[in-house]
Design a binder for this molecule. Structure first.
Ligand SMILES: Nc1ncnc2c1ncn2[C@@H]1O[C@H](COP(=O)(O)OP(=O)(O)OP(=O)(O)O)[C@@H](O)[C@H]1O
Ligand SMILES: [Mg+2]
Length: 323
């Protein structure tokens, strides 16, 4: 029979819904049983764990109520930390979130909490949404993206009540929660909303975040720096700033994205220079377009000339967007 410690560990990992820890505990029991000569039982346990591990985790994503469907996107992303190109200081802070989350039990023993309420701010296309995907991937958690702009537009005066509903649900559904473009509740006059009312909703939202005592990772993202006041910072464990990629980052990004489509002669320095001022997302698109072009013209490599044309196209689109 499994020891008392093993049974307790199994129960603890089930209650904290930590699947990996649960499997590890079950496998320890299997090893223990094998040592006792109970081979058949040990094999049965190992097989159960193997089967559960192979099952796609998306099956474990519980749905939100029907009326919120379309406003909350749930996914099981697969984006490793290595694919996120940010400066080393920001990377270190993201790594710290991952480390603290993974070892939260160690911290709890000393009465400390892992950092799990994050505010991401910065230019469009610089990796805020991608960071939420990376964190969900690295922590093996489902990602739920709450599209705040759509929520506000759809429910207007009822936004606060809907947010309360979402936060209540979240307690029973472990995962990474991204409140994307949460500044949508900051009060847009042109939406015809009552500004005072939207302020109240924003405050209620911040209160929900502050009062949340789950283990979930809660991320709010904005590209509106107007919102970033001290009162807001106070509610979060960490505030991460995203910026357009510097020279090194652009080189890194282009090399990563072109991969084997880049010949050794490809002038990476020149490409980095020519992409100055573009966001990660714009460079990502130019690289993908360049690869498509190479494939469609039956070439195995991207040429700098065609890449440069695509970058110029992106610059023009970017400036158009910025007015
Ligand atoms: N820092 C980055 N490193 C690598 N790829 C990136 C990075 N930032 C953006 N990308 C690429 O651009 C895509 C769009 O970026 P993302 O959605 O994360 O931007 P965002 O900061 O959330 O922008 P917005 O403010 O418009 O929501 C990503 O899916 C990814 O392919
Ligand atoms: Mg985003």
């Amino acid at each position: 029979m499994a020891t008392a410690e093993q049974i307790k560990s199994l129960i603890r990992s089930h209650l904290s819904m930590n699947a990996e820890q649960f499997y590890a505990s079950a496998l320890q029991i299997a090893a223990h049983e094998a040592r006792q000569g109970h081979r058949a039982l040990a094999n049965d346990i190992r097989e159960l764990v193997d089967r559960a591990r192979k099952k796609p985790t998306t099956n474990n994503v519980i749905a939100f109520p029907q009326e919120l469907a379309g406003l909350i996107l749930s996914e099981q992303p697969s984006r490793p930390l290595a694919s996120l190109v940010v400066d080393s200081a920001l990377k270190a802070r993201i790594e710290r979130v991952i480390l603290e989350f993974r070892q939260q039990h160690k911290l709890k023993k000393h009465g400390l909490n892992h950092r799990r309420k994050l505010l991401l701010s910065g230019d469009p296309g610089t990796g805020k949404t991608m960071t939420a995907q990376v964190l969900a991937t690295e922590l093996k958690q489902p990602l739920h993206i709450i599209q705040m702009d759509r929520l506000v537009t759809k429910f207007m005066g009822e936004t606060g009540a809907k947010l309360r509903q979402i936060f209540e649900r979240m307690r029973a559904m472990p995962g990474v929660y991204l409140f994307d473009e949460f500044d949508a509740i900051g009060g847009e006059r042109d939406l015809g909303n009552d500004v005072g009312e939207m302020r109240r909703v924003l405050n209620a939202f911040l209160q929900f975040i502050e009062n949340d005592t789950s283990n979930n990772l809660i991320i709010a993202a904005t590209n509106n720096p107007r919102l970033l006041d001290r009162a807001l910072f106070r509610r979060f464990d960490d505030v991460l700033h995203y910026a357009l990629p510097d020279d090194e980052s652009r080189k890194h990004l282009i090399a990563n994205l072109l991969g084997t489509f880049r010949s050794p002669q490809f002038p990476l320095d020149k490409a980095a220079q020519a992409s100055q001022g573009l966001s990660h997302s714009e460079i990502d698109k130019a690289c993908r377009d360049a690869i498509k072009l190479a494939i469609l013209s039956n070439k195995s490599r991207v040429t700098y000339t065609s890449f440069n044309v695509l970058l110029k196209e992106r610059h023009a689109a970017y400036q158009g967007k910025e007015r």
